[in-house]
Design a protein around this ligand. Sequence first.
Ligand SMILES: [Zn+2]
Length: 433
Amino acid sequence: MARPSGSDSSLVGRRTSTIKAHNLRAILLALLHQRATSRVRLAQLTGLSNTAITNLVDLLLVQGIIVEEGRDQQNGASTGRPPTLLQLAPSSRYALGVHIGIGTFRAGVVDLTGQLCAYLPRTFDPAMPVTDVLTQIAALCRAAIDEAGIAPERLVGIGVGASGLVDAEHGINVLSPNLAWRDVPIGDILSRQMGLPTVVDNNVRGMALAEAIFGVGRATTSLAFVYGRVGVGAGFVIGNTLYRGSAFVAGEIGHMTIIPAGGALCHCGNTGCLETLVSETEIVRQAEMLAVRMPDSILAAQLAEPMQPPIERVFAAARMGDQETLALLNERAHYMGTALANLINLMNPDMIVLGGLFAAGHDLLLSPIAETMRRRSFANLGRAVDLRVTGFGPHAGVMGAATLALDTFFFRQQPCPLGLPSADVAAPLVQVP
Ligand SMILES: [Zn+2]
């Protein structure tokens, strides 16, 4: 899927100053978050001069990235016609998102305003050679583009959310313990197979960015996203920018010590880590032990029901009033709340968003997690933190991955960091005359 190139067009980040790219991003994000905005209001929101707004808005209008629609009746001038409203054109650009989980991968297409236009999940055998997995992922990407029915030249690139440790600068999955992958150059392989700029990061980090740009955290300046399934991890977004840490390891909340002595052995080699207490695997294991002790309980009956994933059966037993299950979940929520209190003391975010099993069981877990988090955080910090659940549901991973691509290749206008021939990545995302 080679992209058109032209000698008189290039990525804005290559030809214009960093300041211009920064100003463009400010305008695009303001338009995204405000929906419909006048030029005057854009200048107020971004702090840019009227001349800068006029020039950049004209550039975006010519290329169909924004459209003029309606008039600002509330904030118009006292005399004359109300100013024209500007909006992003959702179908002007798209990104492809790939979420790689343990035994599953999902591909989706997301438009410029964060709407999911196609979503295709697949399972795979984790023992399969990684090159075969990536070939299957590329095939699923092509199927997702077909399903979305979009013109390939409107795709800004591919974002990949991988599990474990990811070198985002080079697109390498350095270590995925649950898949036994080491130093896999996902970005290089996928970008060559698809002929599209590709960015790779940790999957939870992508989900955090999606919440900050398109999700419940749109109005925040600092946000932590905490996701739990087989593993437990976090992503931090400060001022709409991901914080990755000096070696791409920021956010390993799952390995925060919660039981300092006598805790269970974690796969990281330490003991008493949060992950050994609140992962889906551990909660299900604890519930199965309870069911063995109480074979006539609601929990035992639910666990024998094969229709749903085991964690959903545990949640179902609690919702049906099984007291032992409720006590188990309260205890796990207490551990999670303790970890979040520690996170708040370190980071002091505006908002914490929960995903994965914490979102699936939010009716049971959110209240006790919040109670412990607020009680154990320093001073009154915890009371000021807005604790939320992701609104993306099972699509959080694909949304996160696609947001990585939109943010990198469109909002930030960065060139593909990988080894693609330049002709393949020279498509004009925003064409500067
Ligand atoms: Zn650990």
